[in-house]
Design a binder for this molecule. Structure first.
Ligand SMILES: Cc1ncc(COP(=O)(O)O)c(C=O)c1O
Length: 439
């Protein structure tokens, strides 16, 4: 792990947090910093180090984006080489080599149907782009009334206008500031049937589409919901695909969190054997080394725009679309996943983690254990108990994510067997300690 710089070492975590509290507006809340906030200065493999020199095993991969861990040399070298040669070149007027190569490489993984990639900078932008593509697509085809985008409850699709309108929120004013045309229906498995076999649980979506299919542009689904780690049953995903096909509705899959290996396949849709019309990816594409997201569509969707250029085309883009150094990172990440056995590691470590966590299932205060690949959740009976589990984990030197009453584990995909054991043992101990505390 690289030693902290002289400037960072000279300041304590407490000093930095007091400056942070005065000047930084953190995502999600204006008042999020606490004495427990970790100011990270260095990382190596699956570990990070804070300003005061404490080391933590990062079982949440930063924001689930550090999929190849910290200090991954091939990715760093690819970015530096690209930066030295050409940091980027505008994709509106021109093109650049890493963007061309990365789009081709993604098509090699998602083809033969998903062939056309639009680059942007974040998961939210990818969903925003996907939603606009779906609405433009329907309008260009002569169905301007098809504007509704249906998402599932408990979803998270991002923070831009449309992406946020498709996401569950705890803000009481969220509906007041949301754009129109976004509908949320119940997600499968909510009644406790978290089976990943049966198609039960999509009645609400079916009902909505049978009444409103002709005004619906797209259905938007996360194959595994990051919030709480709910796995979309494979049979449900297949049913949703069929419903969309029957009614001319586009299926957008949000693989911002699951894409590029998180579930043990390159894309989570592979488990169900169905493909979307629009695929959004981001976190695992650049593994946290650069800001990059991709929206990959079918040839059919792209051709509708291409054939109808006279109808204004797709008026959408970003200055940093296809940033050359970010795309160079993406190429190096895919190389690493393919050559270093990352997907088989995810499958082995994911199974190991679920097996080793099995004892928590029967503990008082624990409601469920579920997951796919290296996206695993332990659901407690209350958010407060989950918060205590998270604190116990931090005390054991392991950082985890909490969403509501669930602890979500999503370590880097390169995690070792012994690190996996360490996470599981600490979580069993933390859940056991939290079980004996008052709810
Ligand atoms: C499934 C999913 N979609 C979209 C987003 C938004 O991505 P970003 O934070 O890069 O805007 C996230 C972020 O956590 C996510 O998990």
């Amino acid at each position: 792990m690289t030693a902290p710089t002289a400037e960072s070492a000279a300041q304590s975590q407490a000093d930095l947090l007091s400056v942070d509290a005065d000047f930084l507006w953190h995502p999600w809340s204006p008042s999020r910093v606490s004495a427990e906030t970790t100011v990270v200065v260095a990382g190596d493999g699956c570990e990070v180090q804070d300003v005061d020199g404490r080391r933590f095993l990062d079982a949440k991969s930063s924001g689930l984006n550090a999929t190849l861990g910290y200090g991954c040399r091939p990715v760093i070298d690819a970015i530096s080489a690209q930066l030295r040669q050409l940091m980027t070149y505008d994709m509106g007027e021109g093109s650049n080599v890493p963007a061309i190569r990365l789009a081709e490489r993604i098509a090699g993984l998602t083809g033969p149907h998903l062939t056309r990639t639009f680059f942007c900078n974040s998961g939210s932008e990818a969903l925003e782009t996907g939603i606009r593509i779906a609405r433009f697509y329907q309008a260009v085809l002569g169905f301007p009334e098809r504007t509704v985008v249906v998402s599932l409850d408990n979803a998270y699709h991002g923070s831009t206008m449309a992406a946020a309108a498709c996401s569950a929120t705890s803000s009481p004013v969220a509906d007041d500031v949301a754009p129109s045309g976004f509908v949320t229906v119940r997600r499968p498995g909510r009644a406790g049937a978290e089976s990943i076999e049966g198609p039960e649980g999509i009645e609400d979506l079916r009902e909505f589409l049978s009444a409103n299919g002709t005004r619906t542009a797209a259905v938007l689904v996360e194959p595994v919901q990051g919030r709480g780690g709910y796995v979309m049953p494979d049979a449900c995903l297949r049913e949703i695909r069929e419903m969309c096909d029957q009614q001319g509705i586009l299926l957008i899959l949000d693989e911002v969190m699951t894409g590029f290996g998180r579930t043990g396949r390159m894309f989570a849709y592979e488990h169900a054997g169905v493909q979307p019309d629009i695929l959004a990816t981001s976190k695992g594409l650049s593994a946290g080394y650069m800001s990059l997201a991709a929206v990959t569509t079918t040839t059919r969707v792209f051709d509708v725009f291409d054939r109808n250029k006279d109808k204004a085309g797709f008026v959408h883009g970003h200055t940093h679309s296809g940033h050359a150094a970010a795309c160079a990172a993406g190429l190096a990440v895919i190389d690493f996943i393919e050559t270093q056995g990352v997907l088989s590691n995810v499958r082995a470590r994911g199974e190991q983690l679920l097996d080793a966590l099995e004892p928590v299932r029967s503990m008082p205060g624990v409601r469920d254990l579920r997951g796919r690949g290296l996206l695993v959740a332990v659901e407690l009976d209350r958010a407060r108990r989950a918060a205590r589990v998270k604190d116990h984990m931090r005390g054991s030197g392991i950082l985890v994510r909490r969403t509501g009453r669930s602890i979500v584990l999503a370590p880097p995909l390169i995690i070792t067997a012994s690190q996996t054991d360490r996470i599981a043992q600490a979580l069993v101990a933390a859940a056991s300690a939290a079980a004996s505390e008052a709810p």
